[in-house]
Ligand binder design. Structure first.
Ligand SMILES: *Cc1c(COP(=O)(O)O)cnc(C)c1O
Length: 384
């Protein structure tokens, strides 16, 4: 068994060797610029990017021309939200989102708020799910965009994306979905799910870091965006900058090789095994967020009386996280858990397990045994 055992797949996933294999030639012999139209080096790069664009589009149920490559989901979210608000100033300036969104969304709408955009960040129910009646009420005539994630990066809760999209369609507002955690794990189809803009990240689905995409709907309706990066007019004028060809090739391959339903069943079984082991051996555990509407690889659990940071320190053999890795430099407890109405103490006692494609039963059994032992030890040192 390789140690530490990696159980932090919401922060990033390991690169699938097949994606790496596809990328390698594009670092060296095929080094061309995909925008070079006058020679074979450029044509080879362009051909590889076109193929990757089809592979990403196919997994999203989109047309290839609707895929704009970016540096990752953070950039895609910025382009989607700022780009849509700036392109629709004449309609109004109100964005509806949720309090449990990733910082990429919350900090982006925070920036827009500084320049006068009205932001409604709806609280979730105690299970982490959006209340659709509440969403309906929050959409007003001056609302330009609704931004709700598909799956949460801390608690793994999956939102009713199709229903949210249908409400947006009915009300005539754009729907942006941050699908960084969900894409390649649960089925998403931009047409069936009524999605107008969708942010994707390769490194959350066994592709490389530093590459992602924004899906931008071209018909029914055609979505207008104001580019945030000006320059050579790459990516249909929506995102200038020389393309990261090896990264894009790896992202395409990661989409082409994913076997969602088989993997969901396998990873879900491992997660259930971990949960059952922890719950049978320890009391004072609680799962945060809906168990029913949840990514198969996610378990977010509180261990009462235990400080999660201390627990992680006591577990050098497992790579784990408390709260969101993106904000773990800050000392505040997770904004997601707090939005669920979980008290500060319970939030600080919460650990996020992120299982993935390469985890084995042996690793899960080892992790469960280590956590059980460490929780017992910490509780005996400082009885609640
Ligand atoms: C990781 C993540 C992002 C940011 O993606 P990057 O590609 O790392 O910029 C945005 N939203 C969610 C839900 C994420 O999990």
């Amino acid at each position: 068994m390789r140690k530490p055992v990696y159980l932090d797949c919401h922060a990033t996933t390991p690169l699938d060797p097949r994606a790496l294999e596809a990328m390698l030639p594009f670092f060296a012999e095929n080094f061309g610029n995909a925008a070079s139209r006058s020679h074979a080096f450029g044509w080879a790069a362009e051909k590889a990017v076109d193929r990757a664009r089809r592979q990403v589009a196919e997994l999203a149920g989109a047309a290839p021309r609707e895929i704009v490559f970016t540096s990752g989901a953070t950039e895609s979210v910025n382009l989607a939200i700022k780009g849509a608000v700036e392109a629709h100033r004449s309609k109004g300036s109100r964005v509806v989102t949720m309090a449990t969104e990733h910082k990429a969304v919350l900090d982006t709408v925070g920036r827009l708020r500084e320049s006068g955009t009205e932001i409604a960040a709806l609280p979730p129910g105690p299970d982490g799910l959006l209340d659709l009646a509440r969403l309906r009420e929050a959409i007003r005539p001056d609302t330009v965009l609704v931004s709700v994630m598909a799956a949460n990066n801390e608690i793994g809760v999956i939102q009713p994306v199709r229903e949210i999209g249908a409400i947006c369609r009915e009300k005539g507002v754009l729907f942006h979905c941050d699908a960084a955690q969900a894409f390649g794990k649960v089925a998403l189809d931009v047409n069936r799910d009524n999605i107008d803009l969708m942010s994707l990240s390769a490194h959350k689905m066994y592709g490389p870091k530093g590459v992602g995409a924004l899906y931008v709907r071209r018909r029914n309706p055609r979505v207008l965006l104001r580019a945030q990066m000006d320059g050579g007019g790459h990516e249909f004028g929506m995102r200038s900058g020389t393309l990261n060809v090896p990264g894009i090739v790896g992202f395409g391959e990661a989409c082409a090789i994913c076997e969602m339903s088989a993997e969901a069943a396998r990873v879900g079984k491992l997660r259930d095994r971990l949960q059952a082991a922890l719950e049978s051996e320890l009391d004072g555990t609680r799962v945060n967020g809906s168990m029913e509407h949840r990514l198969p690889g996610n378990l977010n659990m509180s261990f009462s009386g235990v400080d999660a940071e201390a627990l992680l320190m006591a577990l050098p053999g497992i790579a784990l996280s408390t709260g969101s890795a993106c904000s773990s430099a800050a000392v505040e407890p997770s904004h997601v858990l707090r939005a669920l109405g979980i008290g500060e103490r319970a939030a600080r006692a919460s650990v996020r397990f992120g299982l993935g494609r390469f985890n084995t039963e042996d690793e899960i059994d080892y992790a469960a045994a280590s956590v059980i032992q460490a929780v017992r030890k910490l509780r005996s040192l400082a009885p609640a």
